[in-house]
Write a protein of this length. Structure first.
Length: 257
């Protein structure tokens, strides 16, 4: 098995994760979610894993796919990945774990070790003991072929804090709300100023939501202003959107579009 070269199964195209789905957990969940409880935990993990890959510049990401070895005209399934990023000449797979490491995981890590063109990222809950895995695959972890991260934002029941953060990301994806927040980066605004540019009904609805998330507050002069947290979140979100835009433009140039 040394020198093994793997390739995505042709059927993987049906499980392609379009980049816009990674801008909103709600959209991602509607497309790929399968329910609540443990299934919800796994959906959250896959969303996070795919976002990690996109953050590395990979736009060709897939969910629940097989990597295969080409044997003559036949494709032999070798490794099942929760998420897989296609970097062109190599792949990075994300393995989403919800319990202590076991033989099933070890078998997958051995296959990644033997594959020349595959790296692996394992997502572990923060309560597991990974020392045995680190010892067993020490050279691969040292070389960077394998890596792992702990996630404290998920337990068997989805963390309220993480759910709130995802709701906030969805809320910021609304064009009108973001335009209202962007204007507050320049100076505080009154409702009457907003009503000149936006539907009055939307102004009241959005202000109520933004106050609820404590992104803005009302001053003594009846103007709305960003809170310190709101200023930081808006800045981080704008930075993230710009990074995604640059990555998309770079990919189009590389593809000759």
């Amino acid at each position: 098995m040394n020198g093994l070269l793997l390739t995505l199964h042709p059927n993987s195209a049906t499980n392609f994760i379009r980049p816009h789905l990674l801008m909103s957990y709600g959209r991602f969940r509607n497309k790929f979610g399968k329910g609540s409880g443990k299934n919800e935990v796994q959906t959250l993990q896959k969303f996070y894993g795919a976002r990690r890959l996109m953050g590395k510049g990979c736009l060709k990401n897939y969910i629940n796919v097989e990597l295969c070895e080409k044997v003559g005209y036949y494709l032999k399934p070798v490794l099942t990945a929760d998420v897989c990023g296609d970097f062109g000449s190599s792949y990075e797979v994300v393995l989403c774990e919800t319990s202590q490491p076991d033989n099933r995981l070890s078998n997958k890590l051995h296959k990644i070790e033997y594959a020349e063109n595959v790296n692996g990222l394992i997502l572990f809950p923060d309560y597991v003991d990974v020392n045995r895995v680190k010892r067993a695959f020490q050279s691969s972890f040292n070389s960077g072929k394998l890596s792992f991260e702990f996630y404290s934002w998920i337990s068997e029941e989805v963390s309220d804090l993480f759910s709130e953060a995802l709701e906030l990301v969805d809320m910021l994806g609304n064009k009108t709300r973001m335009m209202m927040l962007m204007q507050l980066l320049e100076e505080p605004k009154r409702k009457s100023q907003y009503r000149k540019n936006f539907n009055p009904k939307l102004v009241y609805q959005n202000i109520k939501q933004l106050l609820g998330y404590e992104l803005i507050f009302e001053t003594e002069k009846n103007k709305y202003q960003l809170t310190p947290v709101g200023t930081q979140i808006v800045g981080e979100y704008i930075t993230f959107v710009h990074k995604v835009k640059e990555t998309l433009e770079r990919a189009r140039i590389e593809d000759g579009r």
